[in-house]
Design a protein around this ligand. Sequence first.
Ligand code: SF4
Length: 444
Amino acid sequence: MNTRPTTSGLALRPELPLCQTDLPLDWYSEEFKPYAEEFLALPDRLPGTILPWLDSYVRPAQDHFGDSLLLLAHFYMGGEIVKLVERYDGAIADSYALAVQASRQPEKKVIVESAVHFMAESIALLANEDQDVWITNPKAGCTMEMLAKDYMVLPVAEQLIERYGDDLVCVSYMNTSGRLKALAGRTGGAVCTSSNAHLIVEWARRNGQKVLFVPDEHLGRNTAARLGMDLSKVVRLASAEETRGAFPVDDAHVEGGLAALDSAEMILWGSYCGVHTVFTEGHVRWWQERDWTVLVHPESKLEVVEAADGSGSTAYLWKAVEEAAPGSKLVIGTEGHFVTNARELGKQRGVEVMHLADIPDPGFGTSGCGCATMSRNDPPHLAGMLDLLRKGEAPDANRVMAGDSVNELTGERDRLEPDERAELITHARSALERMIEVTEPAGA
Ligand code: SF4
């Protein structure tokens, strides 16, 4: 199972302002505007100013809910939210470790998450019926997941199932909605994470099936390369960015056409992470020529992963900094806020850490990129969510239930009827359980 990374030891520094750009007031829903107005009126962003304001909302909520309240945040959260959440005894984790938090702590009944929507939904999928999951901002979506909505993927998957029957198995990356995790369950497939994708795909191939890998084409291709698969038998469907919807499975919508599809061992959905695909082989070489060790996340492009000195999940990258010998020089290619925190951890250990895209040469043109959508969970959303929950006035738009499909532009959600939700939970949980069955014996 994943080693759960921790940010313990990282503290808010009184002399440094919170590094988060303020969101414009019209980005807040009506219920959250009063909190945003107060926040925007504060004279500065120093912890000495922010914390008393935040305390005035968080502490009463903690007193009200006691031990039943659980605050969670993902490592990629910007603006020091990870440190704020930790300060209030919350937990920071990667997406898989977040997903199991509620089910492993049945005494927690009110779970408030600062991260993207699919992560909150994964918690809801595994939660008990008496545990309610809330996201501080429903407009915080993962762009990779936003290009793999159920209405885009499911009609295409149905065509593939019709064409290949039981010979097709779906592997859904953790970065998908519950509706796509349920698709994996329905086809006898499994969920995977970036640290165990190779074990899951290997398992699916041992059964002799054609693997439909959703949604990240890069993680899928990198996994195939890691397993030594023939990459000419890994074909990508049409670019989801171009289609933005379902499409016919025909020569025009399959890389190499239907002949390539029929002989493929792996079929990739055409989505990607905008944060991890800014990296190029040139970035990697620039640092290597200056004696830095380069580690990247496998959502990066294949040529970047192949050029790097190592590649792995968020947990792998964090552990690399924790375990590097003093004096090491590490360059990390992943989300910018994570690297900022890793740099701080490295400093405490005499390890230098840089962001892969932070090259002082205008020829490279890109700077370290953070997950901007995740960072929509800012301090006013955290304060407002907890205060509204305490007052019993939390908007339904912030409540997260398994099977919800969210429009991240409007914040509106499409919620399943109870019987449909129960069926979805059964299938999605079977895909998650299969991941655990396949990976735990191997100590993944
Ligand atoms: S970093 Fe990329 S994959 Fe991760 S949540 Fe953000 S958009 Fe999604």
